[in-house]
Design a protein. Structure first.
Ligand SMILES: Nc1ncnc2c1ncn2[C@@H]1O[C@H](COP(=O)(O)OP(=O)(O)O)[C@@H](O)[C@H]1O
Ligand SMILES: N[C@@H](CCC(=O)OP(=O)(O)O)C(=O)O
Length: 374
């Protein structure tokens, strides 16, 4: 499949909108432009695609409300501006999406949340549920509790982490430039746009050393790093101008514009590599014949009803192997319940999980997105 087709087929899209773009000449939020992006995202939703929005802009909105002429340099003032501005930011999105009868949700995350296994799984489960309900999650950094991120303005990384989290097909980073140039176009009139390049290309560092604009803070370097991070879960990254007319819908229809940063491997291979390289086996699940067939047929999750036995001292989120009655390895994946709870759930239908455990967790023992059949 060619790149155009791949992008046009993308089902899960993360759109990151940067500070440099969201502000109206440096004064508060550009609400007219926000309305245009919302129109486009609503169109994608109508086509049955799932969209997560990662939006900056809280500091810029808060600065205007608090009467700050320049971006504060003190972290506590940045945090105050972010807290004030976040209210307006989500309010503007909510009222625009409401016109299309679309529901939004506010998600505030830190990088730490996503490196902690338990919180990672919880964030993922919430996001998946919201997407399943047709909601548009609007993600920003939880600026009140971080210092480094707010100083460097790094929502690009957050966008990539979210793309990893939900295994998005595409990460679209909208900024104030047409894409990535071979040198900073602010300083070099002869800078040329790069239409497409592998995210792993080592020449990228030297192209992006020029820094950022007045309100944005990460510059292109964080975007390149974000593309590399997103490529780990096999996502394509696009850097494009948010001022280009209908940019989101045109891209989603397969039109080639901006700069594409391509992963070295596809989604399935990336997931296999990730499972193989980063995690150790913590236990094993013995499947009955029906479950073996269901997994081998492909595209199915592992439900507790098809598991006969569990060995090992694993916790929620650990990797376990799935074996058949003869001990042959069928699959490996990340388990949603720890060993003690899994033992209680053996052979039980998912509808009984609440009764057995006293709370309603995920219906799958291993979700199909976290499963690699060998
Ligand atoms: N090679 C490059 N190509 C394009 N832009 C570059 C390059 N190197 C540095 N930049 C700068 O990066 C800026 C975008 O980054 P930033 O202001 O952080 O945006 P955002 O807030 O959208 O994340 C551009 O305005 C540009 O000045
Ligand atoms: N979280 C903050 C700062 C994030 C930020 O500016 O990031 P970026 O858009 O990548 O330059 C905000 O919403 O203003």
């Amino acid at each position: 499949m060619g790149m155009r087709e791949r992008i046009a087929k993308a089902q899960r899209i993360v759109v990151k909108i940067g500070s440099a773009l969201l502000t109206n000449d440096g004064q508060g939020l550009d609400v007219d432009r926000i309305a245009l992006w919302v129109d486009q995202i609503a169109q994608l939703k109508a086509q049955g695609k799932e969209v997560v929005l990662v939006s900056s802009g809280s500091v810029a909105a808060g600065m205007k409300r608090l009467g700050f002429a320049n971006r504060p340099t003190q972290i506590n003032e940045l945090q105050a501006a972010a807290a004030v501005g976040q209210m307006e930011l989500v309010g503007v999105y909510e009222s625009n999406f409401e016109k299309y009868d679309l529901c939004t949700a506010q998600i505030l995350l830190t990088h730490d949340d996503l490196s902690n296994r338990r919180r990672y799984l919880n964030a993922r489960s919430s996001l998946r549920t919201l997407l399943g309900l047709g909601v548009i999650p609007i993600v920003n950094e939880n600026d009140t509790v971080v210092t480094d991120e707010i100083r460097f303005g790094d929502n690009d990384t957050l966008g990539a982490l979210v793309a990893n989290l939900i295994e998005a097909d595409v990460l679209i980073i909208l900024t104030d430039q047409l894409g990535l140039f071979d040198k900073n176009p602010r300083d070099h009139k002869d800078a040329e746009l790069i239409p497409q390049i592998p995210a792993s290309d080592e020449r990228l560092e030297s192209m992006v050393s020029g820094g950022a604009g007045a309100l944005g803070s990460g510059g292109m370097l964080t975007k390149v790093r974000a593309a590399r991070l997103a490529s780990r879960s096999g996502a394509d990254t696009l850097i494009a101008s948010g001022r280009e007319q209908d940019v989101i819908t045109r891209v989603a229809a397969g039109e080639i514009l901006g700069t594409w940063l391509l992963p070295d491997t596809g989604r399935e291979a990336a997931r296999k590599q990730w499972l193989a390289g980063h995690l150790r086996n913590r236990g094993s699940l013995v499947l009955d014949d029906g479950a073996v067939k269901a997994l081998q047929k492909g595209g199915n999750s592992l439900l507790p009803v098809g598991v006969k036995d569990a060995q090992g001292d694993f916790r929620r989120g650990d990797m376990v192997i799935c074996v058949d009655g003869a001990g042959r390895i069928i699959a490996r994946g990340l388990v949603n319940y720890g060993a003690a709870e899994t033992l209680k759930l053996l052979g039980k239908p998912s509808s009984k999980i609440g009764e057995v455990l006293g709370y309603n967790g995920e219906p799958e023992l291993i979700h199909r997105d976290d499963l690699v059949v060998t």
